[in-house]
Ligand binder design. Sequence first.
Ligand SMILES: [Zn+2]
Length: 64
Amino acid sequence: MNNKIKVKCPKCKKTFNYFDSESRPFCSEKCRLVDLGKWLNEEFAIKESFLCESIDAEKETMTE
Ligand SMILES: [Zn+2]
């Protein structure tokens, strides 16, 4: 079985062996977390602007 697959990290564009990384498809945990953080921040930003528009409706959900 050939376990040597070279892939490019979507985050830092570094080429690495797919099966060497615990954080695939990223080359390292760091890249994975950075990318994850990016998405979480975007989601948070969307939620925050949504909150401002419907603050009363959101309040009821949050006191549960
Ligand atoms: Zn990387």
